[in-house]
Ligand binder design. Structure first.
Ligand code: AMP
Ligand code: ZN
Length: 496
């Protein structure tokens, strides 16, 4: 079987045929760097990491572009409201670019802790203002955009008449217009459904740039169209992001690309599904939002203890990337056990030597062969990691039977053993990006060590030796560990 991908644009599973094999161009919408990424964001980025790894493993030469949104993303999804980086900067009394730097660094740290491979290009919106202005100029020239008071809007109605708007999300322009009618603050637009390509900046707006239309800033959707075109071309293979970005973000991207280049950009659109915790959508407002590093430290009231990053990743991989995933403590505990079982089998077979080198194919060899073919077929079937893992469990149980003597060494050939070694290793480490780590024990030790420092700081404070107490707090902060004085007098710690 060859690789097939569910294309959200055509709503069918299609044979994957890159435009210029063996090269593959993949663009994934990256984080908006105004706050810590939550575990939902993490799931999406881990899913694309697995996809990137599998494409590479399958022999493709992938150019993987994932942007950093550091401008343009307004608090309102429809392109109104205040800039997210600026509003967070006010809250934290920092410059907007300090917010960008702080959360970009933190995002990279987390991606690294979760053993994801960095994209091959990671462009920023602020670094591509010129390209965005150029795209707006083309859209104006092609008649799909108009200027009002120093702002530029995309003319959705005009575009719809020529190219059809809403094909990706399956939305109908009349219904959309009816839904938007009552919303205010849209006096400038010709139609309520039009979206901003460039917004005139008021003087108090810090993030603003010169443009042919005066000082302003780009609309959020524009950066991805401009940067994907720049680095992957007017036509490229894969565009990905979370399901929540399908509309309006990706729909607007397709309109911008088609309006400026006469082509919608990507051939295959991939969307990852949302993450829930204890049956509820994880969100800050519901109070069930857990940060990736809180899973690792266990420093959260909803968790029983810390879990290694690979446990959380393994839990993600146990469901298909396009299914909603509900996680809870029981799921984490089971994932921890399951991962341990597979890792122990990999460790066992790595060092396993047959007494005699059998060359004849046995029934067990055939069973291994079928399971390995199954792994590839499942991965080729729209990256079905859940079913692949089921086969890895069966391969691991063969290893255990060998170890326990239920399968005799005469009943398996060297080729069978080599296949077990290679496939357990490749799937666990190269394709799924898991690690054989037992950080639970390490984290418990870390907590104990930090309690020692916390107590030393307390003693220093009691003796009014503030130089020492500040030194402890500041040096830990430099290492990415934050101490927090709680109201009840206790001190908690978290990883920044
Ligand atoms: P953002 O930083 O909000 O622009 O989001 C970064 C990525 O995470 C986007 O691809 C989102 O679609 C995705 N995302 C946001 N929330 C969730 C969630 N609860 N579960 C899975 N992915 C999410
Ligand atoms: Zn995007």
């Amino acid at each position: 079987m060859s690789l097939h991908i569910y294309n959200t644009l055509t709503r069918i599973k299609e044979k994957f045929e890159p435009l210029h094999p063996p090269h593959v161009g993949m663009y994934v919408c990256g984080p908006t760097v105004y706050s810590e990424p939550h575990v939902g964001n993490l799931r999406t980025f881990c899913s694309f990491d697995m996809i990137y790894r599998y494409l590479t493993y399958s022999g493709y030469k992938v150019r993987y572009v994932r942007n950093i949104t550091d401008a343009g993303h307004l608090t309102n999804e429809r392109g109104e409201g205040v800039n997210r980086m600026e509003s967070q900067a006010k809250l934290e009394s920092l410059e907007p670019m300090e917010i960008v730097q702080k959360y970009t660094v933190s995002f990279h740290r987390i991606m690294d802790a979760f053993n994801t491979i960095p994209p091959t290009i990671e462009p920023t919106a602020t670094g591509h203002i010129i390209e965005q202005i150029e795209m707006i100029e083309t859209l104006l020239k092609n008649g799909f955009a108009y200027e009002v008071n120093g702002s530029i809007y995309f003319d959705v109605k005009k575009y719809n008449a020529e190219h059809g708007y809403g094909t990706l999300s399956g939305r109908n322009i009349d219904e959309l217009m009816a839904g938007y009618r009552d919303l205010d603050g849209q006096e400038e637009k010709r139609n309520s459904i039009d979206f901003a390509l460039w917004k005139k900046a008021s003087p108090e707006h810090i993030m603003q740039w010169n443009s042919p239309w005066g000082k302003g800033f780009p609309g959020w959707h524009l950066e991805c169209s401009a940067m994907s075109t720049k680095y992957l071309g007017e036509q490229f293979d894969i565009h990905g992001g979370g399901m929540d970005l399908k509309f309006p973000h990706h729909e607007c991207e397709i309109a911008q690309n088609t309006g400026s280049c006469n082509h919608g950009g990507a051939k295959y659109w991939l969307h990852t599904n949302m993450l829930n915790f204890n049956g509820q959508k994880m969100s800050k407002s519901l109070g069930n939002s857990i940060l990736p590093m809180e899973f690792v430290t266990g420093n959260h009231p909803l968790l029983d203890k810390g879990y290694a990053p690979s446990v959380l990743k393994f839990l993600f991989l146990q469901s298909h990337y396009s299914s909603e995933l509900d996680i809870n403590v029981k799921g984490l505990q089971d994932a921890e056990k399951g991962l341990k079982y597979l890792m122990e089998a990999e460790e066992e077979i790595k060092n396993y030597e047959l007494g005699i080198r059998n060359s004849n194919k046995t029934d067990w060899d055939l069973k291994i062969e079928n399971l390995v073919i199954g792994c590839k077929d499942f991965m080729d079937d729209d990256f079905n990691t859940a079913k692949t893992i089921a086969n890895l469990f069966e391969l691991s149980s063969i290893v255990n039977s060998l170890k326990g003597g239920q399968i005799k060494s005469s009943e398996i050939s060297q080729a069978g053993i080599d296949s077990l070694k290679k496939n357990l290793h490749d799937y666990l480490f190269d394709i799924f990006g898991l690690k054989n780590e037992n950080t639970t024990a390490a984290n418990n030790k870390l907590d104990e060590a930090l309690q020692v420092l916390i107590n030393l700081r307390k003693e220093a404070k009691a003796k009014r030796d503030f130089a020492t107490s500040d030194l402890i707090r500041n040096q830990l902060a430099e290492k990415g560990i934050q101490l927090k004085d709680e109201k009840d007098g206790s001190v908690s710690w978290s990883v920044l």
